[in-house]
Ligand binder design. Sequence first.
Ligand code: FAD
Length: 306
Amino acid sequence: PYDVLVVGGGPAGAAAAIYAARKGLRTGIVAERFGGQVMDTVAIENFISVKATEGPKLVAGLEEHVKDYNVDIIDQQRASSISRNDMIDIGLQSGATVSSKSVVLATGARWREMNVPGEKEYRGKGVAYCPHCDGPLFKGKKVAVIGGGNSGIEAAIDLAGIVEQVTVLEFDKTLRADEVLQSKARSMPNIQIIKQAQTTEVVGDGQKVTGLNYIDRATGEQQHIELAGIFVQIGLVPNSEWLDGDVDLTQRGEIIVNERGETSIPGVFAAGDVTTSPYKQIIIAMGSGATASLSAFDYLIRLAPE
Ligand code: FAD
């Protein structure tokens, strides 16, 4: 068995594994896809101390750093169950079980997509999901935010300080964002809010986004807006479905952790985008991975001697 088994090979999992290995603990990582969301990221300009990089380049660095230590990487394997007996057992979809004295869950999250034509094609070429990450790329341009919930209106307010004009498209008749955010958005002259708008297509010139089409659900008419960027803010879904019923999750499926990364199961820690940690960013995921791993170490040194 392992001392620390990390589930997830994104920034949180990689940091957790390195911190565990540096304590001389027997460490493994199970990952469906090493690198996680960072593999899908084009430009990264907010990973402090690295002025600018690209997702796959950062992932290569992560992998090289992990491989510098004695960590077993069990790649292309999906975890599907967790149970606690003497050990913590992680069941894999392949049918195998991996046992460990402690576990760090770092399975990340995925952005909910609109699933309309053009979205995939123009991902990273105008279609974006993270205003903290990609907002500055649209300085002085026109953008849309899809979704009028808290994350959509927060994104609109954030972007309005950088871009020329923000158009928020909300599917429903009403916005779901908190009233304070709505009134802040209404007070900003370069934010326009369109309700009952169903986005139907991302339009581009083959290289980048040039606009979007939507149906005005009140009239049934098709409309077109010209713009350079589309921020999709219709939800971030934690990859925690397989833990439901075993580990305490919020209603939205985030693993509930305290400031030490402890979950509801002793010996099971969690880090990164899959948790209740606010702000989903690479640097934050790495920090929380380090925290979870150090907490696992604290837990292990208190276990009764074998
Ligand atoms: P993830 O990166 O999501 O990694 C999760 C890992 O768990 C993966 O290895 C995955 O394969 C694995 N996994 C999931 N389920 C299972 C399972 N059941 N069994 C085994 N393994 C599993 N952040 C920034 O700071 N700057 C940016 O510029 C930036 N740009 C972004 C651009 C895009 C397009 C996206 C999508 C995100 C961006 N982010 C950016 C956010 C950043 O990528 C995430 O905050 C960060 O990757 C979270 O790290 P994580 O380790 O928690 O999860």
